[in-house]
Write a protein that binds this ligand. Structure first.
Ligand code: FES
Length: 193
C-alpha cells in the first residue's frame, strides 16, 4: 500500500467518525424516534412557565352608587400594603368604567421615588399630584400620563370592571413602584369566591 493510499484511508476513517458523531448530536436534539415520550412539557419550556405565572385576582374595590363625583377611596391591590386609589373624575377616562366611563383607579405610589399621591388626587381636574416629593403630576383621564415633574413613567392604572353595580379590580397596566413583578414579593390579596 502506497503512502497516498494510507493517507486516503486515514482521511476516510476520520470523515466516517465525524459523520457518526454529528448524527448522534442530531438524535439528542430531535429525539431518537423511540416512542417513550409522555407528551408533557419540560418544566423550563416557555409555555409551561407561562402557565405557572400567577394570575391577577379579581376583587371588589367599591360600588358605583357609593362613589360620587370627586370621591377618592383607597384599597390595597394586588398585594397587601400596596395602596391604590379609586375615584370618579369629571370627564371620560381611558379605561374608565361606569356609565360615563369616568371611574378609574391607579397605584398610589409615584413612579419617580414611590411617594404617596393619593392625598393629592383632584378628580375635578382629572389629575393626581403634584406629588409631595418632587412635584410630578399625572393625568387620570389618559392612563396616568406624566404631565409634568420628575417622574418619567406613567402611573400604573388598575384595570376595572363593573358587574351589578359593584366595581372590581382585575389587573394592573404598568409596574408598581419598587416591584420587580406586581404579583411577587408580598402577600397576594385573596380573590373573590
Ligand atoms: S417621588 Fe413623586 S416626584 Fe419624586
Amino acid at each position: 500500500m502506497t503512502e497516498q493510499d494510507l493517507r486516503r484511508r486515514s482521511f476516510l476513517a476520520t470523515a466516517a467518525a465525524a459523520t457518526g458523531s454529528a448524527l448522534a448530536g442530531c438524535s439528542s436534539i430531535f429525539g431518537d424516534g423511540d416512542d417513550d415520550d409522555d407528551g408533557s412539557q419540560p418544566d423550563d419550556a416557555p409555555t409551561t412557565r407561562a402557565d405557572n405565572v400567577e394570575k391577577y385576582p379579581r376583587i371588589q374595590v367599591g360600588t358605583v352608587d357609593d362613589l360620587s363625583a370627586g370621591d377618592v377611596q383607597t384599597f390595597d391591590y394586588p398585594l397587601d400594603g400596596k395602596s391604590n386609589f379609586l375615584t370618579r373624575i369629571d370627564g371620560q377616562a381611558w379605561g374608565g368604567v361606569g356609565e360615563e366611563e369616568s371611574i378609574v383607579a391607579y397605584s398610589s405610589l409615584c413612579t419617580h421615588m414611590g411617594c404617596g399621591v393619593s392625598e393629592q388626587v383632584k378628580p375635578d381636574q382629572e389629575m393626581a399630584g403634584p406629588c409631595p416629593c418632587h412635584y410630578t403630576t399625572f393625568d387620570l383621564s389618559k392612563g396616568g400620563l406624566v404631565v409634568s415633574g420628575a417622574a418619567t413613567t406613567d402611573l400604573p392604572q388598575i384595570r376595572l370592571e363593573v358587574e351589578d353595580g359593584e366595581i372590581y379590580a382585575t389587573g394592573i397596566d404598568g409596574l408598581v413602584y419598587g416591584q420587580r413583578h406586581n404579583l411577587q414579593d408580598g402577600d397576594l390579596i385573596s380573590a373573590e369566591e
